[in-house]
Structures are given as C-alpha cells and as structure tokens.
Design a protein around this ligand. Structure first.
Ligand SMILES: *[C@@H]1O[C@H](CO)[C@@H](O)[C@H](O)[C@H]1NC(C)=O
Ligand SMILES: *[C@@H]1O[C@H](CO)[C@@H](O)[C@H](O)[C@H]1NC(C)=O
Ligand SMILES: *[C@@H]1O[C@H](CO)[C@@H](O)[C@H](O)[C@H]1NC(C)=O
Ligand SMILES: *[C@@H]1O[C@H](CO)[C@@H](O)[C@H](O)[C@H]1NC(C)=O
Ligand SMILES: *[C@@H]1O[C@H](CO)[C@@H](O)[C@H](O)[C@H]1NC(C)=O
Length: 414
C-alpha cells in the first residue's frame, strides 16, 4: 500500500537507461602444415533469424542452467557476411544452420546479404534508436583476399577492412582492442588477451544498444525484495517498481505471463515469466518464433504494478564449440571451403567468440516524464512481479527483429 500512495505523488522520473553491447569475433587460421518464395521481405528474414536464435538458445541452455544473454542479430549478421566467403558444403551448412536456406536464390547470390542490409537500414532509420552495429575484418598484409568478397562485405555490411600484421602479436592485439574500445564507446577495453601468431584474418562484429525506457522507474521506489531462484535458493535483489498501463498477456497453455516494457524509438523488451510452479526448463522447449508472434498479437493494455529486478550480465560464448552441434562444422575443420575468401587453400575459422553485456537499472540522464494520477483506485491494479527466473527478448517492433535474447536465473550473478 505504501508504494501505491508514493507512486501517486511522483511527478518527475529519472530516465532508466539500459545499455547493451555485443561483440562477436571470428578468427581465421591458416594452419601452416595441417591442413523460395519469390519475394521474401525483411520480416521473413526476422522470423528466420528468430528461429535460429531460439535454436541457439536451446543449445546453450542444454549445457548449463545459468543466466544466458546474446545477440541473435549480431551472430546472424556475422555469419551471413561470412557465408559470402564460402562455397560448396560449407556454404550450405551455414545457410541451413542460420535457418536461411529457404531464402536462398540460386540465381541471386546477393539476395540474402541484400535483405540483411535492408533490415539494418530499417532498424536504424529512426535516428532516436541508438544501435551501433559495426563489422571489421582484420587481415594480414601478406594474405590475398578475393576482391569480390572485400567489395561485397563493404557494400552489404559496411564492413571495414584493416591491415594487421599478426606476426607482431603484441601490436596487433593492442590495435584490435583499441578498435573494439572505440566501437563500444570504451565499454569493452580488453576484448582479446592473446592472439595466435598464425592467425591470418579476424572478423569482428559489435553491437551497442542504449535504450531509455518509455515509462521510467523511480529509483526512490527501488528496494530489496526476495527473488526465488528455486525452492531452496532465495536471494535479496534490488527490485524496481512502476505502476502504469502496460501491454501484457497470459499464455495459459505454456503456463507463463508476458509483459512488454517499451524503450523509446520502437524497441521493446518482452518479458516471459513462467507462472509459480512452472519449470522454466519446460518452457525452453516451447519458445519458437511462432509462439513469440502469438504473444505479441495477444498483448492487451492493462493497469499494472510492475516489480522488476535491476540486473547486469556479462556473458561470453565460444560459438566454435556450439555451432558445430547445429550442423555448422565444416567451416571449423580442415575441409572448410573458403575459396571465395581466398584462392589459397588450408584456411579455416579457428575461433568465434561472442561477448554480450547488458545493464538494466535506473542510473542515467534526467528526463521529465510526468504521470500525474490524482485518484486512488478503489480496486488495486494487478501486479506483475518478476521475482523468479524469467526470459527476456529485446526486439525492434516494426520488423519483429530480435536484437537480444536472454534468460535470468539469478539477477545477482554477472
Ligand atoms: C526521490 O527522493 C528525493 C528525496 O526525498 C526527492 O528529492 C526526489 O525528488 C525523489 N525523486 C523522484 C524521481 O521522485
Ligand atoms: C568449394 O566448393 C566449390 C563448389 O562446390 C567446389 O567447386 C570447390 O572445389 C570447393 N573447393 C574446396 C577447396 O573444397
Ligand atoms: C610483419 O612483421 C614481421 C616482424 O616484424 C616482419 O618481418 C614482416 O615483414 C611484416 N610483414 C609485412 C607484410 O609487413
Ligand atoms: C580510436 O579512436 C581514436 C580517436 O578517435 C583514433 O585516433 C584511433 O586511430 C582509433 N583507433 C583505432 C584502432 O581505430
Ligand atoms: C520497416 O519494415 C516494416 C516491416 O516490413 C515496414 O512496415 C516499415 O514500413 C519499414 N519502415 C521503413 C521506414 O521503411
């Protein structure tokens, strides 16, 4: 009750900023001695990417029951760019693994890259959205890259090509780390700590997202509250509070509730909260693009009291260990067909590292968003209390493009 009265008095809020950044890097080694439908749209691409994301999520989830956070868009984009370097079996495997084989046009090899380009343009068109995506290819000056590939990744992915002499390990390292630091506004300063001197090429993709909630949480109402990791493990977490009108829905068959928390500029966070007593691992198997779209369609506006933990996560994934289990294995093996990257044989991808960071809290700039409610409601609003493991999806609303996806088991772990 205390919180209800307090919320009626508030007139100004602090803007809640959530920032997120993602880096995917791929390292190519040249081992020295060892060896459709007719008119697909960017919405089709988004749906395909979403199912890829859910498949990848399930793979990661099968290894552990900890927090998960990654950028499906960043991974799909990196591999779509990489696919242009490949041929034969390797090419087929990547498109299948990315769930894009249905969008392939045998007579139009640039069809999928063009869709990625259009999707990226659509998402970033709104100048208010702070989403910086950058891709760079670092390559050894001795190494001859096919001009067509260089031109293609420049055209479709706006990728920069940087010359790095990998033999000088220390200088290469500091150059690449400085590049990443520049691209992430100094949020990631030491991305790489070592470098294999036989590296010939490195592909790096970064995504940086900074979003301010449309309806901001008042930090004065944030207080510690229990979060039930499971029946035996309860932690105190800083719980944010906000009372307003929100879009939510209940997925009865799944045993979960869905809440939309909009950011400014056409991006939203969708929270999927399993009901008390519903095991989140059961829900793992049921998350699909179709389900996701049905949640969005089913959302209804309602007055709610939202209690939501502040959290911060930093996750890293060695995708070269995960993607082979999703059918993409030849690119990491000696049978990699990277002939469109270079005529020189014996090239393979040695490492794909994906690093993702998210912070959801109420520090940030000040904004005046006045919500003046003068009447104490007779019936108290419903509550949406995120005090047990939950899933979240950050997506671009016009295109349904999934920018980020995560699962919070323990908000105090990062
Ligand atoms: C939070 O509380 C302080 C002290 O009571 C007050 O000055 C400030 O305006 C409050 N902030 C908001 C956003 O309500
Ligand atoms: C790569 O794939 C193309 C097309 O299938 C094939 O012609 C070529 O021989 C392959 N090269 C290697 C090195 O596997
Ligand atoms: C790379 O650096 C090594 C060691 O400093 C040097 O010997 C080599 O010539 C350099 N390669 C190029 C292409 O500049
Ligand atoms: C990083 O940014 C600084 C300042 O803009 C610039 O001088 C430097 O060349 C950049 N470094 C890299 C590796 O891009
Ligand atoms: C972005 O894509 C969506 C879905 O295809 C479309 O409705 C919208 O008009 C596009 N926006 C712009 C500005 O092109």
């Amino acid at each position: 009750m205390g919180r209800v009265t307090k919320s009626l008095k508030m007139v100004t809020h602090k803007t809640t900023m959530g920032f997120i950044f993602i880096i995917t890097y791929m390292c190519f080694l040249a081992p020295v001695h060892q060896a459709h439908p007719q008119s697909a749209t960017i919405s089709d691409l988004s749906i395909k990417n979403m199912d890829f994301a859910m498949n990848l999520y399930r793979k990661i989830s099968s290894y552990h029951d900890k927090n998960i956070f990654f950028s499906p868009l960043s991974i799909s984009t990196s591999f779509a760019a990489l696919s242009m370097a490949t041929d034969g079996v390797t090419h087929k495997e990547i498109l299948k693994g990315l769930n894009l084989q249905q969008l392939e046009r045998a007579d139009q090899p640039e069809f999928i890259p063009t869709l990625f380009q259009l999707l990226h343009e659509n998402i970033t068109q709104n100048g208010m959205l702070k989403l910086d995506q950058g891709m760079a290819l670092f390559m050894d000056p001795q190494f001859e890259v096919e001009k067509i590939f260089t031109d293609q990744i420049k055209t479709f992915f706006d990728a920069e090509i940087k010359s790095v002499n990998f033999t000088n390990t220390k200088e290469s390292l500091s150059f690449i780390n400085e590049y990443i630091s520049n691209k992430t506004e100094d949020k990631v300063t030491e991305m790489i700590s070592d470098l294999d001197p036989v590296t010939q090429l490195m592909l790096i993709n970064t995504i940086f997202f900074q979003g301010a909630w449309q309806k901001t949480f008042n930090p004065n109402f944030t207080e510690n509250a229990p979060f039930y990791i499971n029946n035996y493990n309860i932690k105190q977490v800083p719980m944010m509070f906000l009372e307003d009108k929100f879009y939510m829905m209940e997925d009865v068959s799944l045993g979960a509730k869905v809440l939309k928390l909009p950011y400014q500029a056409g991006v939203s966070m969708l929270i999927l909260l399993p009901n008390k007593g519903t095991d989140y691992t059961v829900i793992d198997d049921d998350i699909t693009a179709r389900k996701f779209l049905s949640w969005i369609r089913g959302l209804e506006k309602t007055k709610l009291e939202v209690n939501m933990p502040k959290f911060k996560m930093e996750e890293s994934y060695s995708l070269h260990n995960i993607l082979p289990h999703m059918g993409m294995d030849s690119i990491f093996s000696n049978s990699a067909n990277l002939t469109k990257l270079s005529k020189e044989g014996g090239l393979k991808v040695s490492e794909v590292l994906h690093k993702a960071v998210i912070e959801v809290d109420e520090t940030g700039t000040t904004a005046a968003a006045a919500t003046a409610t003068g009447i104490i409601p007779y019936s108290l609003p419903r509550t949406f209390t995120v005090n047990r493991p939950f899933f979240f999806f950050i997506y671009h609303e016009d295109t349904n493009c999934l920018l980020f996806m995560g699962r919070v088991i323990d908000p105090t772990k990062n």
